[in-house]
Design a binder for this molecule. Structure first.
Ligand SMILES: Cc1cc2nc3c(=O)[nH]c(=O)nc-3n(C[C@H](O)[C@H](O)[C@H](O)COP(=O)(O)O)c2cc1C
Length: 414
């Protein structure tokens, strides 16, 4: 159980903080809500007290013997401010301590995540952007706001992401640290494939694999939080789209190939985490294959599928980085790393992230461990951790290898 401080500032999106609080407590965390006085114009303290099971105060003059303005920040494992108003960002950037929340921000040693929500004009104003830059420079995470319907009829960047998305990113900061959500992929376009392809045998059956898509989801979620424009080509993944990510659903290896070849050309980074079937049934029956009938197959002939990773490497434009994933097991011809090094050389990608799947301990699980092999011969071990932490380590390996400068200006995005 971690101790999370949920700061709530006085924006209309404060109502979503109650749902975020619910998500965090249901994940088993002890949450202390610290609203600004303004936030209580939108949601009552009783709601936060009842849902958190903890007292709620806004100023430094309550619970004085507890010295709450120091202790709450000192003892937190994570501070999330959602929504963070323009005013709250300005006060935090200036180092003010004129209420309990800003005082808490000055005493917290843990990761701090600001989730801004405001009108587009307020968000894009140079004063707000300067405050965001200041907070990021000091190590805080300031998430890019979602784009969509704002208060009233307006629409644009400035919307608070959905509470489930904020909770997922809070979990990233908690398990992988604030560095995992640094805004260093702003202006980058990233294409990630995820999931496992299904190769039909007849209208109801397919050959599939055990990939859940969770590692690809984590890579996309972390890249989007770091400011990238992310497209996720998803083969049969039953997960909600990560915040800020465009999902292109596909089914078979051939569909995945078509989507990746269409999406990849203007990407800075292409990451192939999808488990693409090497083979597919040579023929697909138009009607269901039935037992004890002429259609009952004695065996299922297979043909090879296209090698999507190899094709993406061949077609990549100058400066694009291609990252492959390899689920390997050791055997009598070599250990996991030997097989992976051979695969890296064969495929010609820049980085290969290797998972040891001997014993089936990776598929569908929330955690993972990996080694990142680079074409330059380096091997970086990623310690066992959440798939978000592995994702953060992969982006860490990608960043210094990005040759060309980012294209789009930071700030607004799709
Ligand atoms: C109805 C209403 C909605 C508001 N929504 C926002 C908002 O979404 N974002 C924002 O930055 N300010 C918003 N404001 C303005 C803030 O409430 C105001 O700047 C206040 O001083 C914020 O104080 P705080 O940051 O200490 O909570 C809103 C004000 C009103 C009356």
């Amino acid at each position: 159980m971690s101790r999370i401080v949920l700061g709530v500032a006085g924006g209309v999106a404060a109502y979503k903080a109650a749902l975020l609080l619910r998500a965090l407590t249901e994940a088993g965390h002890d949450v202390r809500v610290v609203p600004t006085p303004g936030a209580l114009h939108f949601v009552g303290a009783a709601t936060f007290e009842a849902l958190s099971g903890n007292p709620v105060t806004t100023d430094v003059w309550s619970d004085v013997p507890e010295v709450a303005h120091v202790r709450i920040g000192q003892t937190a494992d994570l501070v999330v401010v959602a929504p963070a108003t323009a005013d709250l960002l300005a006060r935090a950037a200036a180092g003010r301590a004129d209420d309990l929340l800003t005082a808490t921000l000055l005493t917290a040693h843990c990761p701090v995540v600001f989730v801004p929500a405001m009108h587009t004009e307020m968000w894009l104003h140079p004063a707000t952007q300067d405050n965001v830059a200041t907070l990021r420079r000091r190590g805080a995470v300031v998430l890019p706001p979602a784009v969509g319907r704002l208060t009233g009829p307006d629409s644009g960047p400035g919307r608070l992401p959905e509470p489930a998305d904020v909770a997922a990113l809070a979990h990233v900061a908690l398990t992988a640290g604030a560095d995992a959500l640094r805004a260093d992929l702003a202006g980058r376009r990233v294409v990630v494939s995820a999931g496992g392809t299904r190769e039909p045998l007849d209208p109801v059956r397919y050959l599939g694999n055990r990939s859940s898509g969770k590692q690809g989801w984590a890579l996309a979620r972390v890249a989007a939080a770091r400011g990238a424009d992310v497209t996720l080509v998803a083969a049969n993944v039953d997960l909600p789209a990560p915040f800020g990510v465009r999902v292109v659903p596909v089914g078979t290896a051939e569909e995945l190939r078509t989507a990746m070849v269409a999406e990849a050309p203007d990407a800075d980074v292409v990451v192939m985490t999808a488990a693409v079937a090497d083979f597919r049934p040579a023929t697909v029956a138009a009607t269901k294959l039935k037992k004890d009938s002429a259609s009952e197959p004695g065996s299922v002939p297979l043909v090879r599928n296209p090698d999507v990773l190899a094709e993406l490497v061949t077609k990549r434009p100058p400066g694009q980085l291609v990252v492959g994933f390899a689920a390997e097991t050791g055997d009598e011809t070599g250990d996991v790393l030997a097989h992976a090094r051979a695969k890296l050389a064969r495929k010609g990608c820049d980085l290969l992230v290797v998972n040891d799947v001997s014993g089936g301990g990776v598929f569908g699980r929330p955690d993972n461990a990996a080694v990142v092999l680079a074409a330059d011969g380096t091997a970086t071990e990623v310690p066992h951790g959440t798939k978000d932490a592995v994702a953060a380590a992969v982006w860490q390996a990608v960043l210094p290898r990005l040759a060309r400068p980012p294209a789009a200006p930071p700030g607004a995005r799709r």
